[in-house]
Design a protein. Structure first.
Lengths: 443, 133, 86
């Protein structure tokens, strides 16, 4: 994630380094991390790999906390915890309908009833014994990596070592010049604001590329479910497409097979033991009620992250938290509940307004104080919500850009449909070749 | 005194976490695994939060964040377990071979055919097989 | 007091081995999901206890997000499994 790299500046003083027991946590975490990484590369099942990857991210978060870098941990937990599994899940879900699944039933006995669910729940998990059957060169490489990691672990600066010059400078500057007690925020949004500025627009470029790649041919007003609405509209324009009840029923069943049908809105009324894939857009009443409680709490805590300049956090983690809240509501209630905000017109406008606000904010420094990214806002006392001057405003703008950008990316990928028809008819076969190739790669 | 209370609470919490891990390892099918690990994980988390409140004082950042995390865990854990098990059940993952009662499926079968669901041993409890070995 | 908290944090981290084993060997996808969830819960507790042991309350926010995002991930998986698509 480009945005977070300035936070990799070592956090000040690892105060607990002198105590002897803390090293045990370090080495234990290193071993767990290696185990999880091993699982990521050795598991044969795509879903299991994604899960091992999120376990790796979780353990990595703990490592960052133990090493005294809660800012990096914040970024890691939101990237590894939300953005990465979500995007992988969407990708797997999108690819699976095209790609012939390899034989998936290794460990479980074959099911007596063919599950019509397109999701194969019986994963072909290669068990732990298979993990030990690795090739020799891989073993050598792993041992080398292990040695490198051990050396790196031993070379981690302990509390007794002097801090590097950059960290000392940041500590000296943070409180007097910026009234910020959180040094990393001072570095990201104050001293090195120009880097963050550039990275914000790097993110914007990435979002733009995703939007361009996933854009359908027709203009659309929402990300998900547009094809269903479009089909209805087609029916209204072309009434002769509407056919008799039996044919409509057959079409409905066919669409249900394809996973496109429109079921009831909620899942509550359906018999629980029916095995077909769920059609209802909302999840059960239990989930909806709980999410209604939790979403408020999480939104509040996310706002706390962005407005408090003297705790770790800032715009980037808070933006990802907002993505998490939007995803939570989407998961529980379906797209129609978030459709008012999460549609291309609104989200892209918010994103561009945030970017414009950042440009204006930094350029005013050039006008008023003579240098780009200079602080022109009068400084409030330290440890208040307004402390930090321009840094807080910059963080807020970053929050807007990152949150809307991530929401755009996730929902654009979510709503992306496969449209392999090419513009000219001659290249049509090439497109089909490409699908076949992708199928080969996936399995 | 406070140290003793904290140590006792932490022991309870870690003990329940151990139970959760063991249940995840030893239970025979996915339903019992989710059941044991989710319940025990919540039971393992709450004493730890209590220990933090006792050890660091309720009016501190530890107390506040512990309360928040406690609420989140207490709401989220049943929620996610419910959603996960519902999805798993509808995906026809088989129950443990020793399971006696499969209430939803029995009920469905009773509604559809009414033939072989006559002697439903409805004890009010779900399938609760013991760990093997 | 600090040593007690640190010992408990270590214990929680040691206990993550059990869900990692289930993650490696779990026959169904639900097993793996709940294993990751348990890893997250125990990591959250470890971060909480580590923050108390190191005397740094600014670490606590991380633990909060660790837990809640892991549960969100579980619900995402559940939706994906029920519907085939996210």
């Amino acid at each position: 994630m480009p945005v977070t790299s300035p936070t990799a500046v070592p956090a000040p003083s690892r105060r607990h380094g002198a105590e002897p027991v803390f090293w045990a946590v370090d080495y234990l975490l290193l071993a767990l991390l290696l185990t999880a990484a091993f699982l990521v590369i050795r598991l044969r099942n795509l879903n299991a790999c994604v899960m091992a990857l999120s376990a790796l991210g979780l353990l990595l978060t703990v490592v960052f906390v133990v090493l005294g870098a809660p800012d990096v941990a914040h970024a890691e937990v939101v990237v590894g915890g939300v953005a990465l599994p979500t995007l992988f899940l969407i990708a797997i879900g999108k690819a699976r309908t095209e790609v012939a699944e390899p034989e998936q039933t290794n460990l479980e006995e074959t099911s007596q009833s063919p599950a019509r669910s397109s999701t194969s729940l019986r994963t072909g998990g290669t068990g732990a014994p298979d993990l030990l059957r690795h090739r020799p060169h891989a073993a050598v490489l792993s041992l080398l990596l292990l040695a490198a990691l051990v050396v790196a672990m031993l070379a981690i600066p302990r509390g007794a070592r002097p801090l590097p010059g950059m960290a000392r400078h940041a500590i000296q500057v943070a409180l007097p010049q910026w009234h910020l007690t959180e040094v990393v925020n001072e570095v990201v949004y104050g001293t090195r604001a120009f880097d963050t500025f550039g990275e914000t627009f790097l993110l914007l470029a990435a979002v733009l590329s995703v939007v361009v790649l996933t854009r359908p041919r027709e203009p659309r007003s929402g990300y998900v479910g547009e094809d269903v609405a479009g089909r209805q509209e087609q029916l209204e324009i072309d009434p002769h497409l509407r056919s008799g009840p039996d044919e409509r029923q057959a079409r409905e069943a066919e669409r249900e097979e394809e996973g496109l049908g429109r079921g009831p809105l909620t899942t509550d009324a359906q018999p629980f033991a029916k095995p077909f894939p769920e059609r209802g857009e909302e999840m059960t009443v239990v989930v909806r009620m709980g999410v209604r409680v939790v979403a408020v709490l999480l939104t509040t805590a996310g706002c706390f992250l962005v407005v408090q300049g003297y705790t770790p956090g800032g715009g980037f983690p808070a933006g990802a938290v907002l993505l998490g809240v939007v995803l939570l509501i989407y998961v529980a209630h379906g797209y129609h509940r978030v459709a008012a905000v999460v549609r291309p017109a609104v989200a892209e406008t918010i994103e561009l307004l945030g970017a414009l606000a950042i440009i204006v904010l930094q350029s005013l420094g050039l006008l008023l104080r003579g240098s780009f990214t200079a602080n022109w806002v009068p400084l409030a006392p330290a440890r208040t919500l307004r402390s930090g001057g321009i840094a807080q405003a910059f963080s807020l703008g970053e929050f807007v850009v990152v949150s809307s950008g991530l929401v755009i990316v996730v929902f654009a990928v979510l709503g992306a449909t496969r449209d392999w028809t090419s513009d000219d008819d001659s290249a049509d076969s090439a497109g089909q070749d490409r699908t076949a190739h992708e199928g080969g790669d996936e399995s | 005194m406070r140290l003793v209370v904290v140590a006792a609470l932490l022991t309870i919490g870690v003990g329940f976490s151990l139970t959760a891990g063991l249940g995840l390892i030893r239970m025979p099918d996915v339903y019992t695994r989710v059941h044991s690990s989710t319940l025990a994980a919540v039971l393992g988390a709450v004493p730890v939060f209590l220990a933090l409140v006792v050890g660091k004082g309720p009016i501190s950042r530890y107390g506040g964040e512990s309360l928040l995390a406690c609420i989140l865990v207490l709401v989220f854990a049943p929620l996610s377990a419910h959603a996960l098990l519902r999805a798993t059940y509808r995906g026809r993952v088989p129950l443990w071979s020793g399971a006696k009662v499969d209430q939803p499926r029995d009920r469905l079968r009773g509604k559809d055919s009414g033939a072989d669901a006559g002697d439903e041993p409805d004890s009010g409890a779900g399938p609760e097989p013991q760990a093997r070995g | 007091m600090s040593q007690v908290f640190l010992a408990a944090a270590l214990a929680e981290l040691v206990l993550t081995v059990l869900p990692l084993w289930r993650l490696a060997s779990g026959p169904t996808i639900g097993d793996r999901i709940v294993a990751v969830n348990l890893v997250a819960t125990q990591s959250m507790l470890a971060v909480f206890l580590f923050a108390a042991a190191a005397g740094r309350d600014i670490y606590l926010g991380v633990a909060l997000w660790l837990a809640s995002f892991s549960y969100l991930g579980t619900m995402l998986w559940a939706r994906y499994l029920e519907r085939g698509l996210l």
